[in-house]
Design a protein around this ligand. Structure first.
Ligand code: IPD
Ligand code: CA
Ligand code: CA
Ligand code: CA
Length: 269
């Protein structure tokens, strides 16, 4: 990442794109004629997912023609150090069932580092965002912002943990360690999707973890958690490159959680 690079213009652009896509996706939320298809990986996608990514790509091609783009529904285009990452609707299954916990995730990755993240959840009336060096914020717009700060919970027995699904833990071979961890914390919730990670940034949740995530599921969440004072790593403790799985904590609890999830690995600090 270039030294002291300022990403304010990119952050503003991400907000403008989120504003226009929010109206579009809200108009399809709970629509009776929502078109749902099944992708080759047997997960659902709707016309709203595709239209949102298409709209963001269109705006990027006009505003940042030299930047590369990676989106969940339409893949990769372009090359170079600056790459926009789009998850047009995170929480498609919620969207389909009329549950308001879904969001559009827009991020900019510069030289492999997620430097801008905007998570817009219009059905919840919420938006979270951050850019490297400027802090993490929450609000309905840039003008109505509250600065975010992670919790100061320091004991697992006081901690709140949120995840999305149990399946991936079995595939990773450590369902037992994960279940032990859930029994050691104060409470466990499956808020799922982007929400778990944004709540870590808010200080409402102390640990969010997920064994199966793609780069587009998490790139926007990295600056939001880290600029709020938390730590974002893989489940094995690597601070990038991101993709595959994810652990976000308030920082204080990070090494203890890593040790609990990876009892066979010695050096996780
Ligand atoms: C999914 C959600 C879910 C996670 C899945 C993701 P999508 O994203 O983030 O919480 O468990 O692995 O694929 O398909 O709703 O954008
Ligand atoms: Ca999907
Ligand atoms: Ca997703
Ligand atoms: Ca998605």
């Amino acid at each position: 990442m270039p030294f002291a690079q300022n990403y304010n213009d990119d952050l503003r652009l991400a907000h403008v794109m989120a504003d226009s896509v929010d109206d579009q996706t809200m108009s399809r939320f709970r629509a009776l004629d929502l078109k749902i298809e099944t992708k080759p990986d047997f997960t659902p996608v709707t016309d709203a997912d595709k239209a949102a990514e298409d709209a963001i790509r269109g705006q990027l091609s006009r505003a940042r023609p030299r930047d590369a783009v990676l989106g969940e529904e339409f893949g990769s285009s372009g090359s170079g150090p600056r790459r926009w990452i789009i998850d047009p609707i995170d929480g498609t299954k919620n969207f389909i069932r009329g549950v308001p916990v879904w969001a559009t995730l827009i991020s900019l990755v510069d030289d492999g580092v997620p430097v801008v993240g905007v998570v817009s959840a219009p059905a919840l009336g919420k938006r979270w965002w951050a850019a490297t060096g400027t802090g993490a914020y929450m609000g309905r717009s840039l003008a109505a912002a509250t600065r975010l700060r992670v919790s100061n919970v320091s004991r697992l027995s006081d901690a709140s943990l949120s995840y999305s699904s149990l399946g991936g833990w079995k595939d990773r071979g450590n369902l037992e360690e994960f279940l032990d961890l859930t029994e050691s914390v104060w409470r466990t919730r499956a808020y799922g999707d982007f929400w778990s990670y944004c709540m870590v940034a808010e200080g409402a949740v102390d640990i969010a973890c997920e064994p199966e995530l793609n780069l587009y599921d998490m790139a926007a969440l990295v600056p939001i958690v880290t600029e709020a004072g938390g730590r974002f790593s893989s489940l094995e403790g690597e601070d990038g490159p991101f993709g595959g799985n994810a652990l976000a904590t308030n920082g204080t609890l990070h090494s203890e959680v890593l040790q609990r999830l990876n009892p066979d690995l010695d050096d996780l600090l």
